[in-house]
Design a protein around this ligand. Structure first.
Ligand code: RIB
Ligand code: CA
Length: 306
């Protein structure tokens, strides 16, 4: 398999950091750049965290800061879930260098406009503000996009409310723009990521590799709160599942259905309305919504790649 050109849009974030390491370690992806959106932490902190993770891996990729806030309102940052610095207090040196001066949306536009049609895969694992801004300001740039894997939403219950998942809820207006743009969207919702729990056995397997990057992943997983809703077995590893869906499509399954976004501001604001049982009178399918992952296979490969 030849490598696919790949860009990661993220808000590092504990699981974003692991997604960066998985992408770095996967020959199937020609990992070109990281764009940052505020979400778990502010854009500056997110850019610094991305550089700290690249430094840990001895890797160098350009990092471009993007939206510091959602389209319609400032974010309610998710720092409470990822520790004040966004990496759960992981003991890493300060970043070796600052992010690029160019804005993420400008970088994405010039890169995609110059690319062969459909040649660049994108994973969005934070709020969708950068992608929405790109589509609004440079609609022709979408031509360069191949698969767009989005970690977000839920077929069932959300995580920031019964209705909504954090990334979509953080900027529901941006999500509405993205899901109506006709992109080749692969949605990786909580229903899938909640199958990928960082259990003690999986942490032990990462530790057994002895690699500093894998040890850091093990430590991040170990620091994840053990919640009743996961039977205290371990935390769900959200963002790397979106990268895995691009690397190992055979590891996941789902349906091509319609997804609508509730951006109403009401009690179900941020909901992904997934038409899992489509009706002929319903909206047209606009995403491959994934509902299953082979979690054992995922962690086996993760341990070999990070
Ligand atoms: O709801 C999970 C998502 O929100 C993940 O991307 C996590 O990093 C946070 O951004
Ligand atoms: Ca994230």
């Amino acid at each position: 398999m030849t490598s696919r050109r790949f860009i990661l849009d993220c808000d590092p974030g504990q699981d974003d950091a692991i997604a960066i390491l998985l992408a770095l370690g996967s020959h199937e992806l020609a990992f070109e750049a990281i764009t940052i959106v505020a979400g778990n932490v502010g854009a500056d902190q997110g850019a610094a965290n991305a550089r700290r993770i690249l430094d840990l891996a001895g890797a160098d990729r350009p990092i471009y800061r993007g939206a510091p806030r959602a389209l319609l309102k400032p974010y309610d940052l998710g720092e409470r879930f990822h520790g004040g610095d966004g990496l759960m207090g992981l003991d890493l040196p300060p970043p070796s260098r600052p992010p690029e001066a160019e804005h993420a949306v400008s970088f994405l536009a010039r890169t995609l406009l110059a690319a062969e049609p459909g040649s660049i895969d994108l994973a969005c694992v934070g709020p969708l503000t950068n992608l929405a801004l790109l589509l609004i300001q440079y609609p022709d740039a979408a031509r360069g996009l191949g698969r767009v894997a989005i970690m977000g939403g839920a077929i069932g219950l959300g995580n920031v409310s019964p209705a909504a998942e954090f990334n979509i809820h953080s900027d529901a207006a941006a999500a509405a723009v993205v899901f109506s743009a006709g992109l080749d969207v692969i949605l990786v919702p909580l229903d899938l990521t909640h199958q990928a729990l960082g259990t003690d056995a999986r942490i032990a397997a990462l530790k057994a590799t002895g690699r500093p990057t894998a040890l850091a992943v093990a430590e991040l997983l170990a620091r994840y709160p053990r919640l009743e809703k996961f039977n205290y077995q371990g935390g769900p590893l959200h963002d790397p599942c979106a990268v895995a869906a691009l690397i190992w499509p055979e590891m996941v399954s789902g349906r091509h259905v319609a997804v609508e976004i509730d951006a109403s501001g009401g009690p179900s604001h941020g909901r992904t309305l997934v038409h899992w049982w489509p009706k002929s009178t319903g909206p047209r399918p606009n995403a491959l919504v994934l509902s299953e992952i082979d979690a054992d296979q995922f962690y086996h490969h993760l341990s070999n790649r990070v």
